[in-house]
Every structure is written in structure tokens, then in C-alpha cells.
Design a protein around this ligand. Structure first.
Ligand code: ZEM
Length: 292
């Protein structure tokens, strides 16, 4: 993490960033058949989370600031398998906008993907600055899917996230799917895997989940009828009464979910960064809102 410096990028305004947004959104549209028609939205959201999820509050190391995911050690973290697809997708955007830092590119990718998949508006600030390879955090800072509520709660302690914030953030697991080859888990969380909604909570609450051992030998929770799955860390939100309270609230109220998700996701992608006061958040229009 660090303090945003005065760079050439500092001269850019909302219109410049809207242009980057539009380039990402247009490319998403052009390549919408990726991963069995999920498109690149889900993998871009996961990428924005993994580049931010290395942050450690104790020494303000890691996080989205330095854009260090671009270096091999971070990119090859076994827990980030599959995210190289998101990185490759963003390479042409990186070339088109050479003034944009990598941390800003990765986080703006997530914001664009969420909004284009009908999610909430995420106010986004620029100002991350590329840091050198020596700043790449060691692997091991991302969470594993195999465990229950105690693990999830203590993991997110590192970000100071409350139970409510953890439940709100994990609603992103309505998007995309688990790929056996990437993670040793298999299947989608919903059939509308490229629409951002509160369906994750609804499915978790209302469907019947059966623990099963998958083809990689990992325990996951399956709903045979729909063909959906839950990771052990997802199912933990149903098992733990303190988490369950928020699962119910978000299943009942999509506006509340959108509001709380926006807050915690913004916190996630800004963790450890001191933005200069003049760096006001930008609010982007979707392609649709622009009539494009
Ligand atoms: Zn995920 N996630 N995640 N996640 N995630 C997967 C996929 C996706 C965990 C996890 O182990 C996994 C958050 C938190 C946590 C997304 C977004 C966010 C997969 C499947 C696993 C195993 C990967 C694969 O096989 O390709 C764990 C343990 C988490 C915390 C406890 C948070 C927070 C997210 C965003 C805010 C998304 C969008 C996907 C789908 C990716 C895709 O390629 O379809």
C-alpha cells in the first residue's frame, strides 16, 4: 500500500476514465462467449478481489495500490489459477491507455464488470501507482475454500471486516463458476452467472444442499436438481447464526445488498491507500445508459 503520488495520470478527469470503462465494457461485449457464455465479467471481478485481497492491515503491505499482480510470483499463486485469463483480457486495455497504473486498471476492471452485469454503481477513485517487483507479497494471503465459519471470520480480521461486511462481499459468488482444473471445485452458484443479483443468498437459504466429494476429492455442497454448488466457505454463511442473519436480510432485499456490497467492495479495493483529497470518486455510466 502507499500514498498516491503526483503523476501524469493525475491530470486525467472523469471523461478519461469513462473512456477506459467503455473500452473494457465494449471488449466484454465482443467476447461474451468466453467460458461457456459467462463472458469475462466474473473473472474480472475475481481478479479485482485477488489483487486487493493480499492486503495486510498490520504493515499495510500488499493490496491493490502497487499493481503487483502483474509479476509472476503473484500471478502464479496457486489460489489464483484461472485469473491469468482476466489479466490477458486487460492487456489490450493496458496498451491502449499506457498512462493508467496497473492497480487502477485491475480495480477499474472489476468496477466495470459489476456495473455492466447489472450490479450497483461503484464510486471509483484513481491514484494507484505501479510498485517494483520487490514489493510483491508472498503467496498465502488469499483464503482457501475448504473451511468453515471460524476460518472465514478470522481470515477477514486481516481487513477489519465485520460479519455483515463479509456476508455482503461474498454475495459476489452469484457470478461465474468454480472450475475443477483451477480450484478443485466444480460448478456454478446460479444459472444467471453473469448477472449481478442477490441470488447467491436466495439459493443458499432456499435450496437443499447435500455434501458431496467431487472428482478432485474435495467436499462441496451440491443441489442436484439445479446443478448448483456451494464451497464450504459459502455454506459456512448458512451454518453460522451470526452470518445467517445477514444472508436472510440480503435474500429479502436486493437494494440493501447492493448498498452494502458497494460499501465493502469499495473498502476492499481501496484498503491501505491514502488518496489525495482532490481525488474525488468517479461514477461511471454503463454502455446502456450512454445508448451504446
Ligand atoms: Zn471467490 N472463489 N472466494 N470471491 N470468486 C471462486 C470463484 C469466484 C473464494 C474461493 O475459494 C473461490 C470472494 C471470496 C472468496 C469470485 C469473487 C469473489 C472459486 C472458483 C473459488 C475456489 C475458482 C475457479 O475454480 O475458477 C473464497 C474461499 C473466498 C473467501 C472466503 C470475493 C470476496 C469475491 C468478490 C468480491 C468470482 C466472481 C468467482 C468466479 C470466477 C470465474 O472465473 O467464474
Amino acid at each position: 500500500g502507499g500514498i498516491a503520488l503526483h503523476t501524469a495520470q493525475q491530470e486525467k478527469n472523469s471523461e478519461d476514465y469513462q473512456e477506459v470503462y467503455n473500452a473494457i465494457a465494449t471488449k466484454m461485449r465482443e467476447e461474451k462467449d468466453f467460458d461457456n457464455n459467462n463472458g469475462y465479467g466474473p473473472v474480472l471481478v475475481r481478479l479485482s478481489w485477488h489483487v486487493s485481497g493480499t492486503w495486510d492491515k498490520r504493515d499495510n503491505s500488499g493490496g491493490s495500490f502497487g499493481g503487483t499482480y502483474r509479476f509472476k510470483k503473484e500471478m502464479n499463486d496457486p489460489l489464483s489459477r484461472g485469473l491469468q485469463n482476466g489479466f490477458k483480457f486487460l492487456e489490450s486495455i493496458d496498451k491502449q491507455f499506457p498512462w493508467l497504473s496497473h492497480g487502477d486498471l485491475f480495480t477499474l476492471g472489476g468496477v466495470t464488470a459489476i456495473q455492466e452485469m447489472q450490479g450497483p454503481k461503484i464510486p471509483w477513485r484513481s491514484g494507484r501507482v505501479d510498485e517494483p517487483e520487490s514489493m510483491v507479497p508472498d503467496n498465502g494471503r488469499l483464503p482457501e475454500p475448504h473451511y468453515g465459519a471460524d476460518y472465514v471470520r478470522s481470515y477477514y480480521e486481516r481487513f477489519n471486516f465485520t460479519d455483515q461486511e463479509v456476508v455482503a462481499l461474498l454475495g459476489a459468488h452469484v457470478l461465474g463458476k468454480a472450475h475443477l482444473k483451477n480450484s478443485g471445485y466444480d460448478g456454478p452458484w446460479d444459472d444467471e452467472s453473469n448477472i449481478f443479483s442477490n441470488a447467491f443468498y436466495d439459493n443458499l437459504l432456499k435450496l437443499k444442499w447435500t455434501p458431496e466429494i467431487n472428482d478432485a476429492g474435495n467436499k462441496q455442497y451440491d443441489n442436484k436438481e439445479k446443478g448448483y454448488m456451494m464451497l464450504p466457505t459459502d455454506y459456512a454463511l448458512f451454518q453460522d447464526p451470526k452470518y445467517l442473519k445477514y444472508v436472510k436480510a440480503y435474500a429479502n432485499d436486493q437494494d440493501l445488498f447492493f448498498k452494502d456490497f458497494t460499501k465493502v467492495y469499495t473498502k476492499l479495493i481501496e484498503n491501505g491507500i491514502e488518496f489525495p483529497k482532490e481525488n474525488k470518486p468517479h461514477l461511471f455510466k454503463t454502455l446502456k445508459e450512454q445508448g451504446k
